[in-house]
Design a protein. Structure first.
Length: 228
């Protein structure tokens, strides 16, 4: 079927009953070919440059930050933070959401437990972003009415919603709320109380590169500068 759409869309113009225009503009074959080309370049050019790093990682991982961020394809944590393999322990989902204790077992919490208790990662960073579709759906539930699983998932973000507030305020409130949700888990509270763990929050504006950081003392967000 993929080949059919590709041939019809390119040779004869849009086929009757064909997929949305985006599928015709960007044939579904091409992204996978781009990935294959990327693998080839990685193996031929990059791997040798980082051989010592991968040899070290083969002995075990010791990440220093758990990064909880969105699955949105516009967000690239390693590009933003300029990190190497092994630096970040990344958890991604729609809306960078952390369900609170008692909401049911999920992959997010199992992953966090492993990171904090087994790997003893000392920092958790919750990173939201501009133009977040999950928060857009919280503000306008009708926009996701046909997506039942999404509607169920974003229920975990609704307590952060305040009627009448703009998206920027909603994004910041959601980060505060997810950090509060993290503290509903015993292993998070215990590690934090013992000084083994600190919690942080960011809002990343991918269209400008700006990052706002949550000040734990004031509860407000301040723009990060360009200093190291």
């Amino acid at each position: 079927m993929l080949s059919f759409w590709y041939i019809q869309a390119t040779a004869d113009g849009p086929a009757a009953g064909s997929p949305p225009a985006c599928s015709r503009t960007y044939p579904r074959r091409l992204p996978l070919q781009k990935l294959r080309s990327g693998v080839a370049k990685f193996r031929s050019e990059i791997l040798s440059q980082k051989a010592a790093k991968f040899s070290e990682l083969a002995e075990g991982q010791h990440p220093r930050v758990v990064l909880i961020t969105c699955s949105d394809s516009r967000i690239d944590p390693s590009l933003l933070c300029q990190t190497d393999p092994g630096d970040l322990f990344v958890i991604r989902n729609a809306g960078n959401i952390v369900p609170p204790e008692g909401s049911g077992s999920g992959g997010e919490i199992a992953t966090l437990e492993y990171a904090i208790k087994a790997l003893q990662v000392p920092q958790i960073l919750v990173c939201g972003h501009s133009k977040c579709g999950a928060m857009g759906a919280v503000m306008d539930p009708e926009s996701a009415a046909s997506l039942g699983h999404v509607c169920n998932w974003i229920e975990h973000a609704k307590p952060a919603h305040r009627d009448g507030s703009d998206l920027n305020t909603q994004l910041q409130d959601k980060i505060r709320h997810q950090i509060a949700n993290l503290r509903t888990y015993d292993f998070i509270r215990e590690a934090e109380a013992d000084g083994r763990l600190t919690l942080h929050g960011w809002v990343y504006r991918f269209e400008t590169g700006d990052v706002e950081q949550l000040d734990p003392e004031t509860g407000t967000f301040e723009r990060l500068g360009t200093e190291t």
